[in-house]
Design a protein around this ligand. Sequence first.
Ligand code: IFM
Length: 448
Amino acid sequence: MNQDLTFPEGFVWGTATSAYQIEGAWDKDGKGLSIWDQFVRLPGRIAHGHTGDAACDHYHRYREDVALMKALGLKAYRFSVSWPRVLPNGRGPANPLGLDFYDRLVDELLHAGIEPFLTLYHWDLPLALQEREGWANRDTAYFFADYAAVVAGRLADRVTFWITHNEPWVMSWLGYGWGEHAPGLRDMRLAVTASHHLLLSHGLAVQVLRDRNRDAQVGITLDFNPVYPQTPSPEDQAAAQRADGFRNRWFLEPVVVGSYPPDMGALHAPLDGVVRPGDMALIFQKLDFLGVNYYTRSVVRHDPTENPLQVGHVRVEGSERTAMDWEIFPQGLYDLLVRLHRDYRIPALYVTENGAAFPDSLGSGGTINDPQRIAYLKAHLLQSHRALQAGVPLRGYFVWTLLDNFEWTHGYTKRFGLVYVDFTNQRRIPKASAHWYAKVIAANAVSE
Ligand code: IFM
């Protein structure tokens, strides 16, 4: 028989989005350009040449979108602020119309009884700062703190939950190391340098946010890929340990321990001269919570031909996969949450992103049936509940994402939303998973 597994009272049920992926209005009302506005225009970078110019037009339709969230019974909404919308040049005078937009959005959310979780940075760096080397330039960390002050100056009276960065690992490695994301650079040294400046900017911004609002709850969101060895051999286990250091601990440990993982060998060299005295203490600020983004795991083996970490990635045959070709492995979320709690004793954890893309299509009756997404979410919620039972201080869960949106290099070809978006006319249609999630929220429970 199905059993209802109840979540703690006050558990925060939400969805997450990011500015570039949904807002559109890329050049409206005084917004400056971001590195993504430029990157999407480079030939061959984005599937079908898609851009975020219009995206979900959320900039103009935010009222309708908040009404949708309210109808789903969401308790919280995680969104990001576009830095160049607020500071067109990344620094200097603020754009009042840009700030007004977030002011209206926050009021609309509060009016609907939805708690805003505000992310300051989800990858859309002002282009003007990239022209000064972006995150490879230490100054950017200080400009970020000034930007945090501007946003907090306007919203800290109503926003309690603040997230400094989303997935700085992706920003550093895909943006500066492997060239897959904006700004499209391919230089390991730059990637490591950027990673340090991102972390530094986090520490500086935490101080600013606390200064502006004593009651602020401040955290950072990291993306985790729990790593499993292909075999129990000591070589594979050591490879898994190295992969874990690179993928999971590089950003986590500076923030919650105050130092880079000591076992990262070659990755430390580029930090010479980049890390200045006092930096690690600045980065190691008290955190109120950690945001955990989880989608899949990695399985690895020792492979001396793969440099510099000598880690080979293994494709697990026969496992179910999403449209991103990511293995579906719900137990990874449990393992991760338990491990974060056990090893780092962080006061509170939120799953700030979890979800899946599938090839959804509009059915003849105008509905979207997405049983795979429901199964994915349910399985991950069961693992979240298991983690709670094991004593993990998990306070909330945010589905990625509210609306089908611009999935970076995949353009609009990957649909992650609970709500289907017809990009020809911007019509929003809640999928079956949205109705399912609304029931979970209303019951504060998921059935086994
Ligand atoms: O769409 C992204 C989001 O911007 C960051 N986390 C992963 C999501 C799915 O790829």
